[in-house]
Ligand binder design. Structure first.
Ligand SMILES: [Zn+2]
Length: 445
């Protein structure tokens, strides 16, 4: 500021000095033009020329300023519009996350009017519409995403979700397939393809998508242990259903090949164990049947496995019970279940002593409803009606025995099925001691 003042002061000083010097100069200027004659001192003429030049500069500056004024005004208006537009966008997104469709729609319309960012404002509009249950607008938006190369994948995923909401599995599958074609590693698209193909009973078609999930899991891109188990049980279910189709088409060899593949990975998958051992028994391959069944009995002791071991071993009743006893595994819970089955089998052939031995080997604290029912059978066989009644009462209060339980809805089922009959989840039935269900009867009050 001080420097400026000093400069101005020096400038005025110089101007005054020049003016007085000019005024002191002698001489006149004379102009004759169209009969007019103008006469003035030379110093005055020089001063006039300088004033004229300064005037020109001043007006030029003024003209430029006036010309730039609308642009300056416009840019500040644009700035204010941007700020208001972004605010509307933010409020709209907040409304979507809070689940308020009317406010979201209002802010979306405002943002669209104020901002020149169609991808953002259309997204908000589509979300607001979807929230209000208007899928038409959302569909228009996702279609616009599909048209652009870098957003096409998201467009297909959005269309897939809309189709799932609309309960249109064919359209959902088509969109999921297009999404996976664009991003061959997309676990989201692959997981939906597995579910949708399985629902259509296209077991084979679901397997490549399941491979995508498995390879992504292996490369550490996604997934917990639970996901790993889920992939395994889905693969097992798909392969088993495929084997069933082979069997239905009288292609026993095809079925056998697939079943061997299942058993190799999951030797305790009961439906495959039973089907494969049946094929072996029918074709006289008893030793192969024995191998599959013996291994399975140690993992999932099931009456159907025992029923097949008897013809496979080709032994007498006593030998059968003795051989079964050699298969009792170390794991307590599985061993108890195996003992129950052996006890029942022993009772069936009149070997009451062996039956009683198996049941007394299970401590009362660990007995489930099955174990108590066998105990009642034994007591009855010995004519001890009171003991039998007491055992039946205990059975009603004991935990339920192992069975097929849906991992999604916890419902219990007699047989394994690819889709849960209660909630339609795919590959969720697991052989286990039921959890989160009450005993057969509540405690008497
Ligand atoms: Zn279920």
């Amino acid at each position: 500021m001080l420097i400026r003042l000093a400069v101005l002061f020096l400038f005025i000083l110089a101007a005054a000095a020049s003016a007085s010097w000019l005024a002191a100069q002698p001489g006149h200027v004379q102009v004759e033009w169209l009969g007019w004659r103008l006469e003035m001192r030379t110093s005055l003429a020089v001063a006039l020329v300088i004033i004229f030049a300064l005037g020109m500069v001043f007006f030029d500056r003024l003209y430029r300023l006036i010309k730039s004024l609308p642009g300056w005004l416009g840019s500040s208006v644009q700035k204010r519009r941007d700020v208001a537009g972004h605010k509307a966008l933010t409020l709209g997104l907040m409304a979507v996350s809070a689940g308020e469709p009317a406010e979201a729609k209002r802010q979306a319309a405002r943002a669209r009017r104020l901002l020149d960012a169609p991808q953002l404002t259309n997204l908000l509009a589509a979300q607001a519409s979807a929230l209000a249950g208007d899928h038409q607008a959302a569909r228009r938006y996702f279609t616009s995403l599909i048209a652009e190369d870098d957003s096409a994948f998201l467009g297909h995923i959005g269309m897939m979700r809309l189709a799932l909401d609309d309960d249109a599995p064919d359209a959902a599958l088509a969109s999921a397939r297009k999404a996976l074609a664009l991003r061959p590693k997309s676990t989201l698209a692959a997981a939906h393809i597995v579910q949708l193909e399985a629902a259509r009973h296209n077991w084979q078609a679901a397997l490549p998508a399941l491979d995508v999930l498995a390879s992504q899991r292996r490369s550490g891109q996604s997934g917990s242990d639970e996901d790993g188990n889920n992939i395994q049980s889905q693969r097992t279910a798909l392969l088993y259903m495929d084997a069933c189709e082979h069997a239905q088409n009288a292609d026993r060899q095809g079925a056998q090949k697939v079943l061997i593949r299942i058993i190799k990975d999951v030797p305790g998958f009961l439906p495959a164990v039973l089907m494969l051992s049946d094929i072996y028994l029918e074709t006289g391959a008893n030793r192969k049947a024995v191998k599959v069944l013996e291994k399975a009995f140690g993992i999932i002791p099931h009456i159907e496995v025992a029923n097949r071991l008897k013809p496979a071993w080709q032994v007498n009743d006593g030998g059968f019970i003795a051989k079964l006893m050699t298969l009792i595994p170390a794991d307590e819970d599985i061993a108890d279940a195996a003992r129950c089955i052996i006890a029942n089998q022993a009772l069936d052939v009149g070997l009451d002593g062996e039956a009683a031995g198996q049941i007394t080997a299970i401590p009362e604290s660990r007995r489930d409803a099955d174990a108590w029912q066998v105990a009642a059978r034994i007591a009855q066989a010995h004519g001890h009606q009171d003991d039998a009644n007491a055992a039946l009462v205990a059975a009603s209060k004991a935990p339920r025995p192992q069975g097929w339980q849906c991992g999604a809805c916890r419902s219990l089922h007699d047989d394994w099925q690819s889709h849960c009959p209660d909630c339609d989840s795919f590959a969720q039935l697991v052989w286990q001691r039921p959890d989160r269900v009450t005993p057969l009867f509540d405690e008497p009050v």
